[in-house]
Structures are given as structure tokens and as C-alpha cells.
Design a protein around this ligand. Structure first.
Ligand SMILES: NC(=O)c1ccc[n+]([C@@H]2O[C@H](COP(=O)([O-])OP(=O)(O)OC[C@H]3O[C@@H](n4cnc5c(N)ncnc54)[C@H](OP(=O)(O)O)[C@@H]3O)[C@@H](O)[C@H]2O)c1
Length: 161
């Protein structure tokens, strides 16, 4: 299974000045649950923001300029290389594209499922966006709705064909 995992605001913002523009305690629970034991693929800037390999999963960083490596991390030059690496080395694991915008744009059509956190705020000064989803191609389910200062929903888009 190749999936994509993202949190975006009402106006589809995923980032602002190199960071995620909200802090919501607990919101990353589904990210952790889905990706632990599996493979995450992320762009170089997203990795720089985190600053270390995510533990208990294999990290593949897409970059033509940086060369990170660790016991559970490799760097490859393209998204295609990343997916091929994951399929070859971890054929039984799920692959999750974890951002940012370039990875999402190139990878959207390659994914069987999109795991989205819909964050119920507008971020007027956001500078990094998630692409439009052609909702006709997917079955959308709302898995969980969480209330709070900033309410959010976990939703899943599954490819119909
Ligand atoms: N809300 C969320 O769920 C979420 C998730 C992840 C990130 N974010 C946010 O998104 C922002 C970072 O995203 P970003 O779009 O600016 O950067 P990014 O995709 O994380 O990193 C960009 C870099 O990654 C490499 N890269 C990315 N896509 C590539 C592709 N398709 N092919 C080849 N190389 C590719 C390139 O590295 P080189 O220049 O080294 O070649 C590129 O400069 C931050 O604000 C972060 O907080 C949000």
C-alpha cells in the first residue's frame, strides 16, 4: 500500500515559513499509528524541520543537494527512487508520503489512499499548499472528529479504481 499522510487547513495550507502553522496536542496520533513500523518518504525541507530520523520506522529523504544517512534513513534524488527503494527493501511494509508540497504534488496520483487531517482553521498567511483532490476518484470517509480550541477531523480518501 502506498499512502499519503497530511494535515491541511480549510484553505489547504500545510506550511508557513518552513513550519507547520498550528500546534494541536494529540493531532499527530494518527500519523504515529499509521507510520510506525512502516516507511515514510519526505522532502528535504520537511526533514530539516524535524531534524532527526523518525524512530521505529524507515525514513527516505528526497533530495538532490543533501546526503543524510543513518541506521534507519537514506537519501535518494527523486520520488521515484524513493518508492522503488521502499518496495525493494521493504516489500511487506506500507509506504507513506509525508510531505511537503512537491512530494504531495508528484505523489498524489501514485497513492491508493490519502490520510488527511482536516484542520478547522484558516491560515491566511500560509505559503505552502496541498494540491486540489479530484474527489470523484475517491471514496471519502470521516473516521474521527475531535473538538477543542482548534477542531480537526481524521478523514480517508480511498481510490475507487
Ligand atoms: N501539514 C503537513 O501535514 C505537513 C507535512 C510535511 C511538511 N509540511 C510543511 O511543508 C513545508 C515544507 O514543504 P516544502 O514543499 O517547502 O518542502 P519539502 O517538499 O519538504 O522539501 C523540498 C525539497 O525536497 C526535495 N524534493 C521535494 N519534492 C521533490 C520531488 N518531487 N522531486 C525531487 N526532489 C524533491 C528537494 O530537495 P533538494 O532541493 O535538496 O533537491 C526540494 O527542495 C514546511 O512548512 C513543513 O512544515 C506540512
Amino acid at each position: 500500500m502506498t499512502g499519503l499522510i497530511v494535515a491541511y487547513s480549510r484553505n489547504r495550507v500545510i506550511g508557513r515559513k518552513g513550519e507547520i502553522p498550528w500546534r494541536i496536542k494529540g493531532e499527530q496520533r494518527r500519523f504515529r499509528e499509521l507510520t510506525t513500523g512502516n516507511v515514510v518518504i519526505m522532502g528535504r525541507r520537511s526533514y530539516d524541520e524535524i531534524g532527526r530520523p523518525l524512530p521505529n520506522r524507515f525514513n527516505i529523504i528526497v533530495s538532490k543537494t543533501a546526503e543524510y544517512s543513518a541506521e534507519n534513513l537514506v537519501t535518494v534524488p527523486t520520488l521515484t527512487d524513493a518508492i522503488n527503494y521502499a518496495k525493494e527493501h521493504f516489500p511487506d511494509k506500507n509506504i507513506y508520503l509525508s510531505g511537503g508540497a512537491g512530494i504531495y504534488r508528484e505523489g498524489l496520483d501514485l497513492c491508493d489512499a490519502l490520510y488527511v487531517t482536516e484542520v478547522d482553521i484558516d491560515v491566511p498567511d500560509g505559503d505552502t499548499f496541498f494540491p486540489e483532490i479530484d474527489e470523484g476518484l475517491y471514496e471519502k470517509t470521516v473516521d474521527e472528529e475531535i473538538d477543542g480550541d482548534i477542531p480537526y477531523k481524521y478523514v480517508t480518501f480511498r481510490k475507487k479504481f
